[in-house]
Design a protein around this ligand. Structure first.
Ligand SMILES: Cc1ncc(COP(=O)(O)O)c(C=O)c1O
Length: 385
């Protein structure tokens, strides 16, 4: 039997000022994979490309001004500043910069993390630089301070960094970044893949030395957008091994000499980004700043509550943490006795868009999601009985 929604939930519809920017379908519940961009992003992209199509001697420089606008906005949201922030085309590029910046030592990396946080460390190991030690999460799939402390107690002298997701792509577990920082101490680097939480979860990003995120999911900026925010410690410790021609001092001076890396986070630049993508990113981040992260977070929490309730009411088993402090926007579940492909088929038939894995289904709502999304999920799951 479907359970009733808690009495307070229907009052909390989508976040009005935020939802007004978007047109995604009612049943879209896959923001952990891709976040349909706002009309602002569409307009910014079309405008920038239209200007590029009529380029004259001013156009490229003018379009490039989107880059500092996006960078400043990302810096504010990360609790950082423009000198410590750099735009990147995706999260992976930031993780590669971090990995290749560590000359030697062991890096703790959750075995269950998204592979974007695995391959950089496999590559550095192959080049006899940083070596990953795969961390086993606890029995509930969580990477906690206790898990990290146990790994450090077990011969951790050679450990120079922890590289971890802020929000786990599979379970939705929200890491306690402050506790992880305490567990590793002030001398090791905390590298955070923030893509599943940035802009929707009010996390203490300043606890990390490296925060990287792509803009195509929860930030809703579409593909080829992202950034990294670096601490002073990261700038001191990480060697700029991948710095390209746009990451050095005097970029526009073509004197055939090697220039030193830029003093700040700009040293993580390999080449110019698309100014069209930067315009999209700036527009997307402006929507987040206007709505505010705590307000977005609260609406997502209401939608997540409804989805958890709905799935349980239909006999589903929730695989994600249910305590608000331990989750963000991801609800993974399975329906005992029904395989994930059949669940997905029923959801699709009710115009719900989930992520489908081999043995589970993942739902991820945003602050623009309407409570009616849970009604669609309920109808889809009920149809399987
Ligand atoms: C936790 C996590 N990190 C990284 C990525 C990939 O990010 P990007 O494509 O921006 O490198 C994903 C999903 O695609 C993810 O879920």
């Amino acid at each position: 039997m479907p359970t009733e929604r808690p009495a307070a939930a229907p009052a909390a519809g989508p976040l009005p000022g935020y939802a007004a920017h978007f047109d995604e379908p009612e049943g879209y519940l896959d923001f952990a994979r891709y976040g349909p961009p706002s009309r602002d992003v569409l307009t910014a992209t079309a405008d920038a490309l239209a200007r590029a199509a009529r380029a004259d001697h001013r156009t490229v420089n003018a379009l490039m001004r989107a880059e500092p606008a996006a960078r400043d906005s990302a810096a504010r949201l990360a609790g950082s500043d423009p000198a410590h922030t750099v735009l990147l085309p995706n999260a992976s590029t930031g993780l590669f910069h971090a990995a290749f910046g560590i000359p030697t030592g062991t890096v703790l990396v959750p075995r269950t993390d998204f592979p974007a946080n695995h391959y950089p460390w496999r590559r550095t190991e192959a080049l006899s630089r940083a070596v990953p030690r795969w961390l086993e999460p606890d029995d509930r799939g969580r990477v906690t301070a206790d898990v990290v402390r146990a790994a450090l107690g077990d011969g951790g002298d050679d450990v120079v960094a922890l590289a971890v997701s802020a929000v786990d792509f599979r379970t939705g577990f929200r890491a306690d970044l402050g506790a992880l920082r305490d567990a590793i101490g002030p001398d090791r680097l905390l590298i955070v893949d923030a893509i599943q939480g940035f802009g929707i979860a009010d996390l203490p990003w300043q606890a990390a030395d490296v925060v990287v995120a792509g803009g195509q999911k929860w930030l809703r900026a579409s593909w080829s957008t992202g950034f990294a925010a670096l601490s002073d410690r990261a700038l001191e410790r990480l060697e700029p091994t991948l710095t390209g021609w746009t990451g050095v001092e005097d970029v526009a001076l073509f004197d055939d000499l090697e220039h030193p890396p830029a003093a700040g986070a700009q040293r993580w630049s390999i080449s110019n980004l698309s100014p069209v993508a930067a315009a999209a990113f700036a527009a997307a981040l402006a929507v987040v700043e206007e709505a505010t992260v705590p307000a977005i977070e609260a609406r997502i929490a209401a939608r997540v509550d409804e989805l958890i309730d709905t799935v349980r009411g239909c006999g589903g088993e929730i695989l994600s943490p249910t305590a608000p402090a331990e989750r963000a926007g991801i609800v993974s579940f399975r329906l005992p006795g029904t395989d994930a492909a059949a669940v997905a088929e029923a959801l699709h038939a009710h115009e719900v868009t989930p992520s489908v894995r081999a043995t589970s289904v993942r739902l991820s709502p945003h602050a623009s999601t309407r409570p009616a999304a849970a009604d669609r999920v309920r109808a889809a799951l009920a149809s399987l009985r």
